[in-house]
Write a protein that binds this ligand. Sequence first.
Ligand SMILES: N[C@@H](CCC[C@H](N)C(=O)O)C(=O)O
Length: 331
Amino acid sequence: MKMLKVHGSNNDFFILDGKNLDKQLTEAELSILARKVCDRKVGLHGGADGILFVTASGHTGVVGKMRVINADGSEASMCGNGIRTVARYLSEREHAAYFKIETMYADLEVKKATPFAPDVQAFDAEISPVSFDAVDLKMHLAGKTKLVNDYIPELSETLKFSAVAVPNPHLIAFVSHDVLTGPELGRIAAYLNNGQNLLFPDGVNVSFVEIQKPRQIFVRTYERGVGYTNACGTAMSASSLMYALLYPEQVKLEDLISVFNPGGMVKTRVHQRTNGAYWMSLIGNATFVATVEVAQSAALEGDFKDISWKETGEQAAYEDFATAISKGEQE
Ligand SMILES: N[C@@H](CCC[C@H](N)C(=O)O)C(=O)O
């Protein structure tokens, strides 16, 4: 079985193309494979945040289908950092620069973007559909059908949250720098993703957002099915939407927003269609780290003694880029 280790803002994945399997996987095996391969301690070469499973799409004019399997084996409806890397993979495989990828709820447009730096390739992905509806969020708050900049007393007496599905569920709070870097995010997100709480029984991705200056935010995310990640693309898109809606004096629809995260930086734009629906452009790196070969039967057993791992050399360029960002040399 061949896979590709990739990342967007150091949110890392293994792309598994159904064409490169030794043998067809059952649904249960796909989930087991994700848990074995992604394990940070004993998984494949340091593990990953998830598997991006690529297959053919049944939809006309769509180049391929992406399924997102979190590190804990659960399936997510979307992955913003992941779809950029799948876009690059399909773009190289199909020799196309602008096309659609099928995801659980929508066929999303992707296109090649201007590289962020030499050897730091970038792609631009549509993030949609957007919903504030508690039913779509699988959110249960007494008497509330949506939540926009409001308190959830069960979680915090001081923080205000907004809930938005893009279409995977996100809970977002705008916070000070101290709160962004402190323990509250972990406390709240671990509780909401314990599978037992009544507010989000299916879990939710939780992000804290700091406004650094107009059109520049920092987003830290604790992901459902994973835990803390270096970045979450759908969270940065959802956070950009809430930034535009809650702080219209700082950012307008269509403005380019710089979104920094612990793993790097992406750019976003918030758009609104004529029917009122919001959608976002998520523009960021799509880095190929290494090509991997492992026997499928061994991977399913979590046995990674005998693998072939060939680095592409792109990670060094990405690290130079990330260093330049952290020194404020790039906006
Ligand atoms: N890292 C992803 C989101 C992956 C899915 C998420 N953990 C969920 O369960 O919704 C991104 O970049 O969007």
